[in-house]
Unconditional design. Structure first.
Length: 355
């Protein structure tokens, strides 16, 4: 895991420039352009969040984070990258003289990571992975110079990881044929997905579409792997917009189940409740979000969770992405939040007065 260098701000250099440099360097190293949550310390992430309001940084949407999570094989809770304006600002800032190192320049005892993706060129014999079944990747032969059991096992692991990544890319591009999607879904149904259940479900949902709703919905409550459950919630509520059919499960997940140790499913359910309410009124869901926004859960991360609930309520009341990311001129975040909560309470009172 990459550990960001300790940042000591210097008056002679704007701190925003350090964050822009970090996002640029890490995004280029990753290959997909995004800097992930494991690559910046939380204070630096907060600074990147602030730069979004200036149009310098783009924060990953829930859909982007779902794709990145599938690629990384873990939940990606935050990611950011430079906008074109951010690149221009960085280029201008870097053209000015400086004497101090950038945020991510390594000292003699610290070398930055060059990216977490496997170097697939090491397995030259495995150049194609076309149309294998979900029992494993296509047959892979190691080179004669790497014939030890350890080398063969390593080669197969790299080849399999390459296939999984290629599958995700094909799902995004829409190039997985329906018959292969059906085979993947069948393997999931028969509990043969193995450790790539998350990636395989993502591929089915992305390439197969809403016709696979019954399969995805079975994983809304999945204590064995909360990340899989969170993915199912995102697909059902945000992508396919059929969450109202599963309001009972969403309400259960809003209760913070004990098996959701990292709150992955809870956060997905909060966001999902906002999408359900955006498409149709549900007094019980709106009350649940309002309680969370006003009272929290009595835990250490209440500020974060209350903020998520406020954003979900904003979406429920019809706010678009631009309104969620850019506040009206002269309005503070606290004022904006209070106005939303007041509007939500008024909506509940209005519904209660109706026969």
């Amino acid at each position: 895991m990459f550990t960001a260098a300790v940042w000591q701000p210097r008056p002679a250099r704007p701190r925003a420039l350090f964050v822009l440099e970090a996002l640029c360097e890490r995004g280029q190293a990753a290959g997909h352009g995004w800097t992930l949550d494991t690559e910046l310390l939380p204070p630096h992430q907060q600074q990147a969040n602030a730069l979004e309001n200036q149009g310098l940084v783009e924060l990953a949407s829930p859909e982007d984070r779902a794709e990145l999570s599938a690629l990384e094989g873990r939940p990606v809770r935050w990611a950011a990258r430079l906008t074109s304006y951010g690149h221009d600002t960085l280029a201008y800032g870097q053209s000015r003289p400086r004497a101090e190192p950038s945020l991510l320049e390594a000292g003699p005892d610290r070398q930055p990571s060059t990216g977490s993706w496997p170097i697939l060129g090491r397995v030259a014999p495995c150049e194609t992975f076309s149309s294998p079944t979900w029992g494993g990747p296509a047959e892979c032969w190691t080179s004669p110079s790497s014939s030890s059991p350890e080398s063969s096992e390593w080669s197969m692991t790299v080849a399999h990881d390459a296939y999984v990544r290629q599958l995700i890319a094909r799902a995004k591009d829409g190039t997985i044929p329906p018959q292969e999607v059906k085979q993947i879904a069948q393997a999931v149904t028969e509990c043969q997905a193995g450790r790539e259940l998350y990636q395989r479900l993502y591929a089915v949902a992305r390439a197969g579409g809403p016709s696979y709703e019954p399969l995805i919905a079975t994983y809304l409550i999945y204590p064995q792997d909360p990340e899989v459950s969170a993915l199912a919630v995102q697909v059902i509520t945000a992508h396919w917009r059929v969450g109202a059919k599963y309001r009972k499960q969403i309400l259960e997940l809003l209760g913070s189940p004990e098996w959701d140790l990292d709150d992955d499913v809870f956060m997905a359910a909060v966001s999902g409740a906002g999408w359900i309410l955006h498409d149709g009124f549900d007094a019980e869901l709106l009350r649940a979000l309002l309680r969370l926004a006003e009272d929290g859960r009595g835990e250490y991360n209440d500020d974060l969770m209350q903020g998520l609930a406020v954003e979900a309520i904003a979406r429920a009341l019809g706010a678009g992405h631009a309104e969620l990311t850019r506040l009206p001129e002269g309005v503070t975040r606290a004022e904006w939040s209070r106005g939303l909560l007041r509007a939500a309470r008024d909506r509940l009172h209005e519904a209660a007065r109706q026969p």
